[in-house]
Write a protein that binds this ligand. Structure first.
Ligand code: SIN
Length: 533
């Protein structure tokens, strides 16, 4: 079966929904989500959205903080554009019905997070992303031009280059093959296809991300021949709850913004030895400091102490974190919270220009799966929701310009070949576990060439097994996700091996210093990756 839309959006987080609302003014939009409509990383964003809103703040200060956190690898035009357009987009979020927390005088309550020199983070208690999803989905439901397809997983992008009969015509993206809940794989064609698939936290064993974060956009774009940038920069959030059943629940940086203190088991503080901003240093610095203290002491976790703050204030300001910790037997009003770093945010992604255009015509990418250059080598806290709305808006303008693209291409239906139902699903669960564990052990916060090469060899073997399985058996969501995290894992390792310096989130013992002669993006396209080093 084949569906046709003007705009096909893969992913229902802030960037995809914001794009859809704007694009719906120009044509029909389909939004595909792998699970429920709101099940995505945005929904779990706690801290908030950074924008210059306070009198004491300035565009220059937000630009400087972003460039500083990004370890001199941000693309400055992208930073200036995102920071300058941010306040207007935030007002539009309010118009779409997002209820941010307000002070008694009616102004937005602004919090602080690591790396920010001003209070500039608008939030909805400690459930900002959940509130944004609620409001934007409701706004989408009010538009006739927007249709949701939940429980649908994109398998592969369709490009003119791929379908042989178009030989000689300039390449462009035509849409995607999509696995429906029924198990059928259908063709979704569109004038413009938008990747808004989020990050790939599930590539690591411990992550703050939901199960949907399997790098689908990057993996599909890479396989389709798009340019991928800076995948070595994977951000680890310094403070996730350390508890065997907590699935790395995020303990927002806003806690440190409001005065939280990081302590060792002995009660001693340590961040003052690592950075003048102490516990509010940029995230890469705090995560490395915790990693180094844990390696030195052999402890399992460090502690985030909020007990000096008034009980009533903590419960009101952080209701979700308070309740979740309580459910795990930790009362943050009277005990420090045990915390560890976990994989949190993909700073690289599908390489795009300032309108979200990838290197494949009619394929746009926005949000976490895209690399706009805004985050450089390390993202500043709460800059990601901002990037999602600014680039969602800009990509919608670009998509409107592409409305004259004909919808006449005929893509062949999905060819299942000789595939049969699987009798070996154990391979999927085993490889899923092995891949994530080896990424955690060999490609984590501090790297070495030896460990990266070891990881590379093992990932190559796993990819070979997965490839074989993928062609032999009927495609399922689990196999699609496994194949995608394996491709993304290799892109991370490949990019990390290419960067022969330590910068931002990429720290390697073999090249411990920053080398400004190497200050450039790491760009990878298909075909290069199998090259030996
Ligand atoms: C947090 O609340 O600490 C996460 C915010 C972010 O990742 O930007």
């Amino acid at each position: 079966m084949s569906e046709q839309f003007d705009f096909l959006v893969l992913g229902g987080g802030i960037a995809g929904l914001f794009f859809a609302l704007k694009a719906a003014e120009h044509g029909r939009v389909a939004i595909l989500t792998k699970r429920a409509r709101n099940e995505c990383a945005t929904r779990y964003a706690q801290g908030g959205i950074a924008a210059v809103l306070a009198k004491e703040d300035s565009i220059e200060a937000h630009v400087a903080d972003t460039l500083n956190a990004g370890a001199d690898l941000c693309r400055e035009p992208s930073v200036r554009l995102c920071v300058s357009e941010g306040p207007e987009r935030l007002r539009e979020l309010c118009d779409y019905g997002v209820q941010f927390t307000r002070r008694a005088d009616g102004l937005l309550d602004l919090t602080r997070e690591g790396g920010h020199t001003r209070r500039r983070v608008a939030h909805a208690d400690d459930l900002t992303g959940g509130e944004i999803e609620r409001a934007l989905i409701q706004a989408c439901d009010e538009r006739e031009n927007i249709e949701f397809f939940p429980d649908c997983t994109a398998v592969e992008l369709i490009t003119l280059e791929k379908i042989s009969r178009s030989a000689g015509r300039p390449n462009r993206c035509l849409g995607a093959y999509v696995l429906r809940p029924s198990g059928d794989i259908d063709t979704f064609l569109a004038r413009v296809t938008v990747l808004a698939t989020g990050g790939a936290g599930k590539v690591y064993l411990y992550t703050s991300n939901p199960d949907t974060a399997t790098g689908d956009g990057v993996a599909m774009a890479y396989r389709a021949g798009a340019r991928i940038a800076n995948m070595e920069f994977y951000q680890f959030h310094p403070t996730c709850l350390f508890h065997p059943h907590a699935k790395s629940f995020l303990i927002s940086e806003a806690l440190r913004g409001e005065g939280g203190i990081l302590r060792l088991k002995s009660g001693e503080t340590f961040m003052e030895h690592y950075h003048p901003m102490g516990a509010l240093a940029p995230r890469d610095v705090v995560a490395r400091a915790i990693d180094s203290e844990l390696k030195r002491s052999g402890d399992d976790c460090v502690w985030l102490d909020m007990t000096h703050l008034p009980t009533g204030y903590l419960i009101e300001r952080f209701p979700n974190i308070h309740a979740t910790c309580k459910a795990f037997g930790i009362d943050m009003t009277s005990q420090p919270i045990p915390v560890v770093p976990a994989a949190h945010y993909q700073c690289g992604g599908v390489d795009v220009d300032l309108d979200g255009q990838t290197s494949i015509p009619n394929l746009l990418a926005i949000g976490e799966c895209a690399c706009t250059g805004f985050h450089g080598a390390n993202r500043l806290a709460s800059n990601s929701l901002l990037e999602g709305v600014v680039f969602g808006h800009r990509a919608a303008k670009k998509a409107a310009e592409l409305m004259d693209t004909p919808l006449d291409a005929i893509a062949p239906p999905w060819d299942a070949g000789e595939a049969v139902p699987s009798d070996e699903s154990v391979l999927v669960t085993h490889n899923w576990e092995e891949l994530r564990r080896l990424m955690w052990n060999y490609v984590g916060i501090v790297r070495t060439n030896k460990r990266l090469r070891r990881a590379q060899r093992r990932i190559e073997m796993l990819r070979e097994e997965i490839r074989e399985y993928y062609w032999r058996f009927n495609v399922t969501r689990d196999v699609i996700e496994l194949r995608n995290i394996a491709d993304v894992a290799l892109l991370i390792v490949d990019s990390a091996l290419r960067r022969k310096e330590s910068r931002g989130l990429h720290t390697t013992l073999d090249y411990p210093d920053r080398d400004d002669s190497l200050r450039r993006d790491t760009l990878v396209t298909r075909g290069e990756i199998e090259r030996p080093f």
